[in-house]
Design a protein around this ligand. Sequence first.
Ligand code: FES
Length: 180
Amino acid sequence: MNAPESFEDKVRQAIANPSNLGAMDDADAVGTVGGAGCGDMLRMWLKFREENGRKVIDKASFQSFGCETAIAAASLATELIKGKSTQEALTMSGAEMAADLGPLPPTKIHCTTMVEDALRSAIESHEKALENGPTECGPTAQSEPPKSQASPAGSLLDQMHASSGDQSGLKVVFLPPEED
Ligand code: FES
């Protein structure tokens, strides 16, 4: 009988061929979060569609400058939330979305929370934009990623390097490496 797969094995499998990795050019919403403790970052893009009179997540993608667990969790989450309404997606915790990884080591819980927070940020910014009504650029202008962010070339990494003093609301603080 094979030994049960360890958490590390499951993470390794999930990141070997991650799903939905990369910017989404036609996204309706984008959310970016940073882990205060570790300095890692995650951005999630969402595209919605109408289904039986309700708005559901058609597709989701992500970019991450984070640890392997965050990438694995985001890969699983972006698959799991497809077809869910925004309300359904908002009820899910990061750990639930990454349940296929098995029980999370305590030091890795925040990695899945970052995925949850990126999803929440994208949905909330989209809903806020809709509440604020149409603007010159259209009803969802505030939640749409600027093209410079949405293209793979002008992506999270570019924005990290260009973030000081820009208008994106993204503030990146590079931390010194931890000493052993
Ligand atoms: Fe920061 Fe995993 S250690 S996201």
